[in-house]
Design a protein around this ligand. Structure first.
Ligand code: MLT
Ligand code: ZN
Length: 487
């Protein structure tokens, strides 16, 4: 809808007219209340403003929007499903940016069964991509809790990971080519579906994981895998994170590639979900400090996979690693176990006041990291609920201390956010870990890069930014700390 305010500058009015001409009146949102869902982030922590929100229908329209904005020096914030946990997909409060949302670009364009690839537009949701692959008899293996809302473009721009990275890798590993529009409107394409291509720099990798700061990804060619024919799932109580790592090693020894997911869940994380969704029930009769969710999958028969899982659990019990276990007897059981795991993130959002640290550490150090980081956090915030969970199989823990029940989210975060995340991230950095394993940097972690990247890394990042986005218009204020030229 177009309602041009009399307070708009003449150049803004000219840009708005141009945007309407490109995407059509209905796909150019200009009323503040209608823009609000696009200018507020998923966790409702960042409330920005925009000149307009545009919803282009195809790559040519994205290109025309970017060329127009380039000409008029208008910042552009790319947005997919707006599920960023780091405030990476919303504009700041200046009100001068255009939000470019890709949700209308939601076509699966080709499934090539002989090449085992899928070509699709960036606005396809992850759920729709997985369903399209499955309808064609293939697996697209990226699996994350927000799959119904998050989009392939956002998955690519944050190099999303999730619960099956252990087996299949993250978005970088699953991508053969992309199409991206550059800030001046030029279109880069590597949509060729090649598994081998050594013709110079692998440019697509610059755009993957760059959170829309270098170009806007509009399409991709993704790898497809064989659909598994069998799965075996267990919810397992372990003595402590050290025991979990030992159990993972045992699982990989027995089941090799079949180990698809290995998720760690702390007692407080499960309690939070059960309190927030009383209709769900705990898989085990007693409460435990530490649990893991193990999933094996294969293209073979269910009996041999079940036998492998039982073998892993028996070994675990014999060695004192496992204290109790529930094996899913049906698909419904398996889904119920997974729901408990996948609801942790939303339960935290509902509770408010959680400090989201997204750490990766070599597996050999992860258990010690959890112990030391927990002690440091509890020294700073003694009553914090230690919501610790995540993809232990690939060395990624979501280390998210949560406010005590009798402290408001605002007070808990004001008192603890900076010092707790500084302590946890600092410990990870000193151990050669990462402060953002899979959630990206956005605005929330931007300045923390100053503490964990070398001056050479930061300068190279800025040099790449300047080369691709010389006017500094794409997703400004995200990822790169410091001012242009000062890093
Ligand atoms: C998850 O593993 O559940 C996601 O990364 C989301 C989150 O940690 O909040
Ligand atoms: Zn995760």
């Amino acid at each position: 809808m177009s309602v041009t305010s009399p307070l708009l500058q003449a150049s803004d009015a000219c840009v708005l007219e141009g945007l309407r001409a490109i995407v059509g009146e209905k796909a150019c949102i200009e009323v503040a209340s209608d823009m609000q869902p696009f200018t507020t982030d998923y966790r409702k922590l960042y409330h920005g403003k925009a000149l307009a929100v545009v919803l282009p229908a195809d790559t040519q329209q994205v290109s025309a929007v970017l060329a127009l904005c380039f000409e008029h020096n208008i910042p552009v914030v790319p947005q997919g499903g707006n599920t960023s946990l780091m405030g990476g997909a919303v504009p700041d409060g200046a009100g001068n940016a255009v939000v470019l949302n890709l949700r209308r670009m939601n076509q699966v364009q080709e499934i090539d069964l002989l090449n085992d690839t899928m070509t699709l537009q960036a606005g396809v949701t992850l759920q729709a991509a997985r369903a399209a692959a499955e309808d064609a008899g293939r697996l697209f293996p990226l699996r994350i809790g927000s799959e119904g809302s998050c989009q392939i473009g956002g998955n690519l721009s944050t190099n999303a990971g999730g619960t099956a990275v252990l087996r299949y890798g993250n978005m970088r590993d699953l991508t053969l080519g992309i199409e991206a529009v550059l800030p001046d409107g030029r279109i880069y394409s590597s949509l060729r579906g090649l598994r081998k291509d050594n013709t110079g720099y692998d440019l697509k990798q610059l755009f993957i994981g760059s959170e829309g700061t270098l170009g806007i990804i509009t399409a991709a060619v993704l790898k497809l895998m064989p659909l598994p024919t069998a799965s075996a799932v267990a919810w397992v109580a372990v003595d402590n994170p050290h025991a979990a790592v030992e159990l993972l090693t045992e699982a990989k020894r027995v089941a090799g590639q079949a180990v698809t997911a290995f998720e760690l869940i702390s007692g407080p994380a499960l309690t939070l979900v059960l309190e927030s969704m009383p209709q769900l029930s705990a898989p085990l009769p007693a409460a435990h400090d530490w649990m893991v969710l193990i999933e094996l999958t294969s293209g073979g028969d269910a009996e041999s996979l079940d036998a492998m899982l039982m073998g892993i659990l028996e070994q675990g019990m014999e060695r004192g690693l496992v204290t109790d276990a529930a094996v899913a007897a049906s698909l419904a059981d398996a889904r119920a176990f997974w729901m408990l795991r996948e609801e942790i993130s939303d339960a935290q959002t509902r509770a408010g006041g959680s400090i989201k640290c997204d750490i990766s550490i070599p597996l050999s150090k992860i258990a010690d990291f959890i112990a030391v980081a927990s002690a440091q956090v509890l020294a700073l915030a003694p009553d914090a609920r230690m919501v610790i969970y995540g993809h232990m199989g690939d060395g990624n823990v979501h280390f998210n201390p949560l406010r005590p029940k009798d402290v408001t989210p605002a007070l808990f975060l004001a008192e603890n956010y900076a010092r707790v995340s500084h302590a946890v991230d600092g410990l990870a950095t000193r151990q050669n870990g990462s402060i953002s394993a899979e959630h990206g940097i956005g605005v929330a972690k931007r300045d923390d890069l100053l503490d964990c990247k070398s001056s050479v890394e930061l300068e190279l990042m800025w040099q790449v930014k300047r080369a691709l986005d010389p006017k500094h218009l794409l997703n400004p204020g995200k990822v790169l700390p410091g001012l242009p030229g000062t890093a």
